[in-house]
Design a protein around this ligand. Sequence first.
Ligand SMILES: [Zn+2]
Length: 483
Amino acid sequence: MNPDQFDGRPIVFRDATVLTMDDAGVIEGDVLVTGETIAEVGRDLAVPGGTAEIDASGGILMPGMVDTHRHMWQTALRGLGADWTLTQYFVFYYLNWGKIFRPEDIHAGDTLSAIEAVDAGVTTTVDWSHGLRTVEHGEAAADALRAAPGRFVLAYGNLLGAPWEWTNSPEFRGFVERFGAPDDMLGLQLAFDVTGDPKFPERGAFEAARDLGLRVTTHAGVWGATNDDGIRLMWEGGFMTPGTTYVHAATLSQDSYQRIAASGGSVSVSTESEQSAGQGYPPSWQLRRHGIPVSLSMDTSVWWSADLFSAMRATLSADRSREHLEAHARGDTVVHNSLRAEEVVRWATIGGARALGLDSVIGSVTPGKKADLVLIKNDDAPALYPLLHPYGTVVYQASRGDVHTVLVNGRVVKHEHRLVGADLAGARAAVGRTVEYARSTMGEQAWQDSLTPELPAAERVPNPYTYTDFDGGDERHRAQRST
Ligand SMILES: [Zn+2]
């Protein structure tokens, strides 16, 4: 179907396996969308005349996914830091190069990241935008998100400024005034971290958030950067509100988890990030024990993707891995898994919506909610058949290439595996200009050093065995023998 034909018409998905993520559970049937809203979910729905029909048979229809923490501006240097440690990331952005990013670079990164999100079925993204060193940068981010196909929350941050200063500056207050009332298509939060300095200078930033009626999102429990002291200071200041998002929360004591649980806040688990950058072990296993609400996130495309399929898979695996390790340390064997695929799909959808206070608006396929929907269907993919365990298929079998159709607020933004109405060529060209600018500003040596950070000396375990009968002319074995 020509995508233009959707304009203004009701849409019905026929014969899907619907993961409603509400009390209705899994339904085999249809979903009718009228205007911005999910009108009806059920079998053989009667639809208004002129309704556009999408054959969803053999596919899974689920709520749009929600990423509660992504530094979208860093998509402009996608993949540059694939081999970085967290320390190298901090040196790159905080010390050396964060300051060179211009408003147009923020705009370029945000725009490509936004298109990438909806392409992967992520219909809501929190832009943890800590590259906003002036309000002109902030305006560029807001402009990019307003023009992009998707639902966003601009979490305003400034990694080069002191949070208690910039949040209270007349320039920032002017930005907030021009931004206008946040709505469910573009929200506004404050994004800053609490260092644990006993003088608690961040108090002023929390007070600003309170004055402005904005939620706070903060990197907490990050090994070597933020810790229990930050949580305690927030608690003592009365700033641990139910709307607060704690990102990572991977290196914290039981006491801090209990404070988070008691205050009603939620944690954004960024498993690929925590596994690779070392903020701490991905904490879902701890959060479950403390009854803390969970959402998922992908952090930054300077290392990783913007793909919540990968977040769900990594999170389920890391959680189970931890259970096995804990059991083995006690000499036990895990005979029943505590975490199911269904639960991580919940974290990726309604869990994210709850974390943002949007669970009455999005996050499930429920009549009356806004139509943010993802159809996973790929008749050419061997991996999607048979469909016996739909949650398992979403987590362990499907990938972003299987995202067939995406609706945001009732609007088709992807159909039959192709983006609709997004200027991908323009977005790529703008990022190309940012790459050229960053590379020439940094200089070739710094650029190359960023791509290939130093390798520590490899540890080799002496091997008493020799494979004299097992050489076979293999270079590797010869090398091993001669060492
Ligand atoms: Zn982050």
